[in-house]
Design a protein around this ligand. Sequence first.
Ligand code: ATP
Ligand code: MG
Length: 360
Amino acid sequence: MFGSKKITQKQVEEALSTVMDPDLHKDIVSLGMVSEIKIDGGKIAFKLTLTTPACPLKEKIEGDARAALQAIPGAEEITIETDAQVRAPLNEKKSIEGVQHIIAVTSGKGGVGKTTVSVNLAVALSRLGAKVGLLDADITGPNCPVMLGVQDYEPLGKNNRIVPAENYGIKCVSMAFFVAKDTPIIWRGPMLDRAIKQFLSDVDWGELDYLIVDMPPGTGDAQLTMAQATKLSGGIIVTTPQEVALLDGRRGLAMFNQMSVPILGFVENMSYFQPEGSSEQYEIFGRGGGKKLALDSNVPFLGEIPLDPKVRVGGDIGDPITNSDPENPTALAFLDIAKQVAHQISVHSLMPTPAAASAK
Ligand SMILES: Nc1ncnc2c1ncn2[C@@H]1O[C@H](COP(=O)(O)OP(=O)(O)OP(=O)(O)O)[C@@H](O)[C@H]1O
Ligand SMILES: [Mg+2]
């Protein structure tokens, strides 16, 4: 260090302003991600605040920042403290106090794995450090409680608000808590509408980064209510690879577009089956249709989930694979999708879509 000039705050800021967030197309200083710069001789430290704890670009941004700082003459040791703050959409009112983002999981067709994806996505986001809730908007066929292992929850009230069940760090509310088991729920549109609105307004969700909403199949009343009653940050469409499911996937896409809900992307479920201990993959329903549909429709493809008996068992016993066996390749596929979802949310929040911008 002897004879070299002192490193200044300005030099550090200038170096960091060359580091781009590859998706937001802005540098990390203008995005407000840099704070607490400390310089002590050749030692430089700063805090990097990412837009989501599940950021898939964390290593890249950290690496680029480190390289930029190391290029400052006299820099010897770089320390980056990384944390995350999920930001609400720009200039948009939050629909539920304390909840940053509401994400709907839908499909045009029944039984393709919406609830399975919703529950595992919630657990994966929570494992990545986010605060997560799960709203079961399938009022007449509520399956979230069983898959999250909270089916015996007796709902409590506090200050006139419903206290959600909680398991694996996920807060959950479902119609299943309010009706006797084995009683069919036969309701018409207006009643469904009221129940969903109540789950949005009268539940003590607390502070959440993401509220995942498991939708019933199709493009009916519940979807309409969700899109009208609340500000959805985005929608995920689950599909299976076969042609009929893809056709319904297209309908889901058209529905979100009509409602000006940003589409976060497609998930292809049951993409292939790989027997344990074998490297062979069997494409039972075909494969790659979801990816092609995403490409053709110009929306992101979030990833594929194999057909895996452990996923079904996890759902049946209320212990999702993302919790029971997080290193399993199928669990890692869910984790990867969770990162993509969090990333897409950050992109949409910081750069509103033309639809969202013109709605203001
Ligand atoms: N990748 C998978 N591997 C194995 N089984 C799966 C997978 N995805 C879903 N399943 C199983 O398929 C069945 C249907 O899944 P799920 O209930 O999640 O679908 P859904 O789209 O929510 O259905 P609905 O339209 O009735 O709400 C469940 O028994 C679930 O455990
Ligand atoms: Mg379901």
